[in-house]
Write a protein that binds this ligand. Structure first.
Ligand code: ADP
Ligand code: MG
Length: 613
C-alpha cells in the first residue's frame, strides 16, 4: 500500500465534491428541496430565507412525510425512494432520482430535518452537522416535512467566497421559486425573505392565475394561449403578444415534462418568432414541452437543469411554430374588420387593435378593393329594397346593402321595411356549419357558402391578376427548408416551372435527384400544409394541357386549390367576414375556379312551406 499513490476518496470528500455539483448556491438548495416536497405530493410549500439563504433556508411542506427509518437514511449518499433501476433514469415521473441532494446539502451545512407521516403519532427530527448526525428526537410537528438549513457552506470556505451578495442570491431564489410555482399552479406556495412576504400562490390555481401571481396581472392579462403539437412534441402554455413588452427584459420560462429547464434552442425558437415584429419587443413566455421520455435526456447535468434533446431541430420547429401559431390565432380572434368599415369604404385607418402580422394586414387590406369597387349596387345613395331574384348581384346587394344613413342593415326581411330601425342595427352574423360552410341570413332567406370554394375563387383571381401584371405574390421564407420528394413524372416538368412557382410564392431548389428543398411558401399558407400544397399544386398543373408551359389560368387555379381553406378549417368571425367581403368583390362570386358553386340560398318561402305555415 505504501507504494501506491492512488487511493479511494473518503466518503466525506466524495460528498463535498458532489455538493459542489448539486449545491452551487442557496437557490439550488431551494430548488432541490422544493422538488422533493412536490415529489412528496405536498399541496402547500413554505419557503423562508434569511440573508439570501446564507444564514438560513427553511422549507416546509405538508406532503407524505418520512418514517423514522427513512429519515435516518435520506441524508446518506445515493439514497432515494424514487429510482430503482437504471431503466428508470429514462422515465421522469418525479423531480429527484439521484438520491444526492440531501446528502450534498447535509455535507456542507447545519441541517435539521423534521418529518411526520400520516400514520405516525409524532414527528421525528434529526440534526446533521457537516454530514454527521448529532442529534435526534421527536416533537409534535404536524404531517409533512421541514428542512432547516443553517450556515450553508460553513465548512467549504472557498465555495462560500464565490457566492454573490445577499440581494443577488435572494433574486436567484425568487427566480427558482417562480419557475417551480409556474409549473405547479395547483400547489400553494408562500415565499418569505427576511420575514417579508415576497410571493404567495394560492392552492388549486390554473396556469393563467398563477402567471398573474408570479409575473403580475398585467402580464397575465395579455398572454395568448399556446397549444400546438408537431412531430410528437406538444407545446403548451402562454406567450405575450409580440408588441406587449417593448424594451423590457425577456422573460422565458421553459419546462420539459413539467421540469424547469434552461435551453438555448428553445430560447432561440421563441426569440425568432418575435423578431419579425421588431427588435425591441421582449419575448415573454411560459411554455411546457411534452414528448416521449426517450426523446429527452435530463441526466446530463447534476441539477437536471439542462436537458439534451434527441432531435433539437424538431424541438426548435415545434416551439417556433407554436409561438407563431399563437400570434396568428390571436390576430384572427381580434376585431380587425368591421363590416361597417367595409361597406362605407372607410377602411381600417391602418391601425387595428392587434393587427400583428403581414398575414393579418393582408386580410385587412383585401376588402379595401371591395369597398372602393365601383359597383352601382353599392352606392350609398341608393335606398335598400328587397330583391327577389337569384341574380348573384342581388344576393350581394342584400348582404351588404347600404342605407342612406350609411349604416349597415341587418339581413332580416323586416329591416328592409322599417328604415327607422336602421340606425341601431348590427352587421350580418356569420356562423360556421360543419367547419365547412358559412351560414348567414339575407333578406330572402338562408345563405350557405362553401368556404373552400369561395376561398378558391378569391385566391384564383388574386393569382391571375398577379400573373397578368407580372407581379410576385408574397412569400414567407422558411427558416428550416422542408424537403419535397417528387415523383419521376413531377421531376420531369418541375425545372421548367421553377420561375413561375417563384412568382406564386413557392421557392423550390433542387436538392438531389427528385428531391427539392422548399425554401419559401406563399404568405397565407399554413406551414404544416406546405409540402402537401406543393404536391397539390403540381398535380393540378399536371391536369392542364401543357404541363411544361401551363396557362396563367391553370397556374392560378392550381395555386388557389393548394392554398385555400379546407373543409374542417375553423374560421373566426373576422375571417368569415373578410372571406365574404373578398368573395363578393370577385368577378365571378358564384362559382369556384373549378366550376363548383360557392353559395346557395334556401329561401324563406321554401322554409315556410316545409313548416306548413
Ligand atoms: P432524490 O430526490 O433524488 O430521491 P434526495 O436526496 O433529494 O434524493 O432525497 C432522498 C429521499 O428522501 C427521497 O427519495 C425521498 O424518499 C426522501 N425525501 C426527501 N425530501 C422529502 C420530503 N420533503 N418529503 C418526503 N420525503 C422526502
Ligand atoms: Mg431530490
Amino acid at each position: 500500500m505504501e507504494n501506491s499513490r492512488i487511493h479511494r476518496l473518503s466518503e466525506d470528500v466524495i460528498n463535498k465534491i458532489a455538493a459542489g455539483e448539486v449545491v452551487e448556491r442557496p437557490a439550488s438548495t431551494v430548488k432541490e428541496l422544493m422538488e422533493n416536497a412536490l415529489d412528496a405530493e405536498a399541496s402547500h410549500i413554505e419557503v423562508q430565507i434569511i440573508d439570501g439563504g446564507k444564514t438560513s433556508i427553511l422549507i416546509r411542506d405538508n406532503g407524505c412525510g418520512m418514517t423514522e427509518e427513512d429519515l435516518n437514511l435520506c441524508y446518506l449518499p445515493h439514497t432515494t425512494s424514487k429510482l430503482l433501476s437504471a431503466d428508470d433514469l429514462f422515465h421522469l415521473m418525479t423531480n429527484g432520482f439521484r438520491g444526492e441532494a440531501i446528502a450534498s446539502i447535509a455535507a456542507i451545512s447545519k441541517l435539521t430535518i423534521t418529518s411526520r407521516t400520516e400514520q405516525a403519532d409524532e414527528a421525528h427530527f434529526i440534526k446533521i452537522n457537516g454530514g454527521t448526525r448529532e442529534d435526534c428526537g421527536t416533537n409534535a410537528t404536524p404531517k409533512g416535512t421541514t428542512f432547516l438549513i443553517e450556515d450553508l457552506f460553513f465548512n467549504a470556505p472557498v465555495r462560500k467566497s464565490f457566492l454573490g451578495s445577499d440581494t443577488l442570491e435572494a433574486s436567484k431564489i425568487l427566480d427558482t421559486v417562480t419557475r417551480l410555482a409556474l409549473a405547479n399552479p395547483n400547489v400553494r406556495i408562500d415565499y418569505k425573505a427576511n420575514g417579508r412576504e415576497i410571493f404567495t400562490g394560492v392552492e388549486g390555481n390554473d396556469l393563467k392565475s398563477r402567471i398573474a401571481e408570479a409575473l403580475g396581472s398585467g402580464v397575465a392579462k395579455v398572454m395568448l394561449p399556446v397549444d400546438y403539437t408537431e412531430d410528437g412534441i406538444r407545446v403548451s402554455g402562454f406567450v405575450a403578444p409580440p408588441e406587449a413588452f417593448k424594451n423590457k427584459r425577456s422573460r422565458l420560462y421553459f419546462y420539459v415534462q413539467k421540469r424547469p429547464i434552461w435551453n438555448s434552442i428553445m430560447t432561440k425558437a421563441v426569440t425568432r418568432a418575435y423578431e419579425p415584429y421588431g427588435k425591441e419587443n421582449a419575448p415573454t413566455a411560459v411554455l411546457f414541452l411534452e414528448m416521449q421520455d426517450t426523446s429527452v435526456d435530463v441526466n446530463v447535468h447534476p441539477t437536471k437543469r439542462e436537458v439534451r434533446f434527441a432531435n433539437e431541430n424538431a424541438v426548435f420547429l415545434a416551439v417556433h411554430h407554436a409561438v407563431r401559431d399563437a400570434f396568428q390565432k390571436s390576430a384572427k380572434d381580434c376585431p380587425t374588420i368591421r363590416l361597417e368599415d367595409i361597406t362605407l369604404g372607410a377602411l381600417p385607418s391602418g391601425k387595428t387593435e392587434c393587427a400583428q402580422d403581414n398575414q393579418v394586414a393582408k386580410k385587412i387590406a383585401a376588402p379595401t378593393s371591395f369597398a372602393t369597387r365601383e359597383t352601382p349596387n353599392f352606392t350609398a345613395s341608393e335606398p335598400a329594397k328587397p330583391y327577389h331574384s337569384e341574380d348573384p348581384e342581388d344576393i350581394i346587394q342584400d348582404l351588404f346593402s347600404l342605407p342612406e344613413a350609411g349604416n349597415v342593415i341587418p339581413l332580416t326581411p323586416q329591416s328592409f321595411n322599417t328604415p327607422a330601425k336602421m340606425d341601431k342595427v348590427s352587421p350580418p352574423q356569420f356562423f360556421q356549419l360543419a367547419k365547412t360552410y358559412i351560414v348567414c341570413e339575407d333578406s330572402e332567406g338562408l345563405l350557405l357558402i362553401d368556404q373552400g370554394a369561395a376561398h378558391q375563387r378569391i385566391l384564383y383571381e388574386e393569382a391571375l391578376q398577379s400573373l397578368e401584371n407580372q407581379g410576385t405574390l408574397e412569400t414567407q421564407e422558411l427558416l428550416f427548408p422542408e424537403l419535397v420528394e417528387l415523383t419521376t413524372i413531377e421531376s420531369s416538368f418541375v425545372p421548367a416551372l421553377i420561375p413561375k412557382l417563384d412568382h406564386l410564392g413557392f421557392h423550390l431548389e433542387l436538392f438531389g435527384k427528385n428531391t427539392y428543398q422548399l425554401r419559401g411558401i406563399p404568405r397565407e399558407l399554413i406551414l404544416s400544409r406546405a409540402v402537401a400544397a406543393v404536391h397539390e399544386m403540381l398535380s393540378s398543373i399536371a391536369e392542364g394541357e401543357n404541363v411544361a408551359d401551363p396557362t396563367k389560368e391553370t397556374l392560378a387555379k392550381a395555386w388557389a386549390l393548394s392554398n385555400s381553406y379546407r373543409a374542417g378549417d375553423e374560421l373566426g368571425t373576422e375571417e368569415m367576414t373578410a372571406l365574404m367581403a373578398e368573395l363578393l368583390a370577385t368577378q365571378d362570386p358564384m362559382t369556384s375556379p373549378s366550376g363548383r358553386p360557392t353559395l346557395m340560398r334556401l329561401p324563406i318561402a321554401d322554409i315556410n312551406k316545409r313548416f306548413k305555415r
